[in-house]
Design a protein around this ligand. Sequence first.
Ligand code: FAD
Length: 399
Amino acid sequence: MNTLVCSADLEVTAEFDDLLRQVHAIGRDTLAVHAADVDRDARFPTESITALKDARLLSAYVPAEYGGMGLNIHQIGEICEVLGQYCGSSAMIYAMHCIQVACVVHHGQESLFFQNYLRQLVEQQLLMASATTEIGTGGDLLSSICAIEVNGDNFSLTKKAPVISYGEQADDILVTCRRSPDAPASDQVHVMVRRGEYTATPLSTWDTMGFRGTCSSGFTLTAIGDTAQILPASFTDILTQTMHPYSHIVWGALWSGIAMDAVNRARAFVRAEARKTPGETPISAVRLAEVDQVLQEMRHNVKSVTREYQELLDKNCPEAFKGFGFSIRTNNLKVSCSQRIVEIVGKALLICGISGYRNDSKFSLARHLRDSYGAALMVNNDRITKLNATMLMVHKEGH
Ligand SMILES: Cc1cc2nc3c(=O)[nH]c(=O)nc-3n(C[C@H](O)[C@H](O)[C@H](O)COP(=O)(O)OP(=O)(O)OC[C@H]3O[C@@H](n4cnc5c(N)ncnc54)[C@H](O)[C@@H]3O)c2cc1C
C-alpha cells in the first residue's frame, strides 16, 4: 500500500488572499490581454505561462519542505477558477500541470528521484504534461496498449498519443503504459519522461473548436530513461486517489471561472441596458438572476467535492478511496459541471444577444461557448455515466 501524502501547509490565510489578488492581476494584465489571439491562432499562451512561472505558481502544490507554496486542493481550485475568468486555455494548461504535480506529490515522495525532481520543479518552474489517451484505447484511462521495456536500470517506451496538451512546450510528461510487454492492458505504471530523453513526432495537429491555446496535438512519443522515473505506486492507485478526483475538481473550478466571466459579461450588458431605461427592470435582468443561480450551484458543487476530497487526503488513508461513493460523486461533479458551463454560457449569450454573438465586441461569448463544449469530451461524459451506472448497481446511498 502506498502512502498518500497531501500538501496542506498553507491554510486559508490573508497570505492566500494576497496571492489570489496577485493571480487576478496576472489574469487582467496578461491572460486577458492575449486570450483572443491565443484562441484565434491556436497558439501556446507563452506570456501567461511565463507570468505564472514568475509568480512561482507552477510549484504552488509542492510542499514547503521542497520550496513550494504548499497550497492545498481547495486553494489550487481557487487559482484555477480565477485564471478561467481570463483565458480558458491558460487556465486549462495550469490545471493540467497541477494534476501532474499532485500525482508526484501524493505518490512519489518516498522516492529519492521524485524528491529531487520536486526541488528541481520548484527551482526551474518546470511544466508537466500528461499522456494517458492512446490510439486504440481512446479515453479509457485504465488500459494501455504501449508497454515499458526495462533493461537493467533503464527503460524505453513508445506511445502513440492522439492528444498531449502543450506537448511541444512541456518539460516533462507523465505517461501511462503497461508494466511490461507481457503485462495485461490494465497492469499500468505511470512514468515520467524528460525533455532531452524523449522525441515527440507529430501525429496530428490541433485546430479545434475550443481550448485552442492548449495546443493538444498528437504525437508518437519515444522515450528512454532511468527506472527511478517510474512512480512507485500502481497507476490504479494514482488514478483513484489523485488523478481522477484532482482532475475533476480543478477542471470544474476552471470551467466555473469561464462561466463566471460569461455571467460577468452578461451583467455588464444588462447594466448598460438598464441605464437606457431608468426605473425599469429589463427582461434581461431576470435572465441574469436565473443564470446566476445556476452558476452558484455549479460553484457549490465544486467546493463540496473539494471539501470531501481534502477530508479524505487529511485522513492520509488510501483505503478511504476504495468505496464507490466518492468516485460516483466525483464523476457526477464532472458531468454536471461540463453541462452547466454550456448552459450558463448559452444563457449569457441570450442576454447579450448579437453583442455576445459577435467576435469583435467586448460582450463576445464566442470563445467561452467554444471552450465550454470541450468539457464534456475530456473523458467523455458517456464513458463516465456508464461507469457510474455500473457502480450504482452495487453502491448503497450514504456510503
Ligand atoms: C482540451 C483537451 C485537452 C486534452 N488534453 C489531453 C492530454 O493532455 N493528455 C491526454 O492524454 N488526453 C488529453 N485529452 C483527451 C481527453 O481527455 C479524452 O480522453 C479524449 O478526448 C477521448 O477521446 P475520444 O473522444 O476520441 O475517445 P473516447 O473517450 O473513447 O470516446 C469516443 C466515443 O466512444 C464512446 N465510448 C467509448 N467507450 C465508451 C464506454 N466504455 N462507455 C461509453 N461510451 C464509450 C464515447 O461516448 C464517445 O462517443 C484532451 C482533450 C481535450 C478536449
